[in-house]
Design a protein around this ligand. Structure first.
Ligand code: HEM
Length: 389
């Protein structure tokens, strides 16, 4: 679906190693990355401040912030939040993720997809073509200015890998082949900013619906971080309640509920079931997160469960498990933590219709996103801190 062709299994592993090493270099754990997210959080704070507490759907703001961090790591570009090309791109990714999760007869009878492409399939092809053309231009710009001594972003690192493996560039089975490079960048574009933004969006929704939990989290932030600086990753260990709330957001929302489809490479068995080579496997992360055998009152948003039973954290698997789990989990977790704590440190989120009126249902797609909702972001005044304390 993503235009990545016939890559040999060893090359999939090679690409994954390359992706993880490169993102470790530019990403999570690096001070430069934290500073990048902190700078973007500050832009987000100023944009939200401009709303002056008006009831607003914050999704586009969150998506702009997370996508900007990814664009900067992947190809070194930052966009204004009202940039029309940027908004169009985010909208295309949004539509792709909703439409690609709709399924239909093509999933059961894949041959239909090529013989009689449905309206959804045609839309996916059109979106893919537009985004790939956009990415091709970015690759070409990078190629023109490429300097192997100055690797500034992921695309530069990919071009350097192409030059190191010049013998393989013409091989369509290799991850350094141009077409596969475009496909991988496309996947990265789909998998990254939107998933992270949707997680934060769910977080705001659950905290609107549970004002007491929001206020306890803010009290913890105020006493540990104080009011003279913003939260940092190093604060995480001293914020057990905030950590528990974030785990509960991951558990309740399952932003990628059915993970990605996998194909079995050899005949195997899972428990009492035989699974033949070539079968498509879907992992139901959602079902694990709501399994009554693992969780007491699984449909209740109750962060305290992780304070009472800290071991339960290992059952929270929004990034999936195993060798194909999300390759940049640490970076995504860092973004969710920093953006969410920064916003909650600065704003109190309220809903004028009353928390009981909020729908906690989502729209099904590859990424599970809340039904659009409005929130007022009120700047936290000194009185708030005192009251929360
Ligand atoms: C909260 C945010 C995120 C969640 C919940 C999430 C979750 C997931 C899940 C469940 C998968 C499928 C794993 C599997 O196939 O078993 C996945 C794959 C992937 N994710 Fe993430 N992800 C997030 C953020 C990100 C970010 C920020 C990036 C990039 C910077 C990213 C890049 C990828 C890539 C490239 C894959 C495909 C890996 C492959 O094909 O082997 N994800 N993610």
């Amino acid at each position: 679906m993503f235009g990545i062709n016939r890559i040999a299994y060893e090359d999939v592993q090679h690409y994954r190693r390359f992706l993880m090493t490169t993102f470790r270099h530019f990403g999570a754990g690096r001070e430069s990355f934290e500073n990048k997210v902190a700078a973007e959080s500050e832009i987000l704070r100023l944009e939200v401040s401009k709303l002056q507490g008006k009831n607003t759907d914050l999704h586009l703001f969150l998506n702009s912030a997370t996508t900007n961090v990814i664009c900067s790591v992947v190809y070194g570009r930052h966009y204004e939040y009202d940039d029309t090309q940027f908004i169009h791109l985010m909208d295309l990714v949004d539509r792709f993720l909703v439409t690609s999760g709709e399924g239909g007869s093509e999933n059961t009878f894949p041959i239909f997809a090529s013989l009689f492409p449905s309206k959804a399939k045609r839309e996916l092809n059109a979106i893919q073509a537009t985004i790939r053309e956009y990415l091709s231009n970015i690759i070409e710009e990078h190629r023109e200015n490429f300097d192997s001594e100055r690797i500034n972003d992921f695309v530069d690192a990919y071009l350097r890998e192409q030059s190191l493996q010049s013998d393989s560039v013409a091989d369509v089975h290799s991850f350094v082949h141009d077409e596969n490079m475009r496909g991988h960048l496309f996947t990265l574009f789909l998998a990254s900013g939107h998933t992270t933004a949707v997680t934060i969006y769910w977080g705001i929704l659950y905290l609107l619906a549970n004002p007491d939990i929001q206020s306890s989290l803010q009290s913890e932030l105020d006493s540990v971080v104080g009011r003279t600086r913003f939260p940092r990753i190093s604060d995480k260990v001293n914020l057990p309640y905030t950590h528990a709330v974030i785990q509960e957001i991951y558990r309740m929302s399952s932003p990628v509920p059915l993970s990605l489809l996998h194909v079995v490479s050899d005949d195997t068995t899972i428990g009492p079931y035989s699974v033949p080579k070539g079968a498509t496997v879907v992992s139901n992360i959602w079902a694990i997160h709501r399994d009554p055998q693992l969780w007491k009152d699984p449909d209740e948003f109750r962060p305290e469960r992780f304070i009472e039973s800290p071991d339960n954290v290992s059952e929270v698997i929004p990034f999936s498990v195993g060798r194909r789990k999300c390759p940049v989990e640490a970076l995504a977790q860092a973004m969710v933590f920093l953006f969410l704590t920064h916003l909650l440190h600065q704003f109190k989120f309220v809903n004028h219709e009353g928390s009981s009126q909020l729908s906690l249902h989502g729209e099904f797609g590859t990424v599970y996103k809340p039904v659009a909702f409005l929130a007022c972001a009120l700047e936290r005044s000194l009185d708030d801190y005192k009251k929360d304390d």
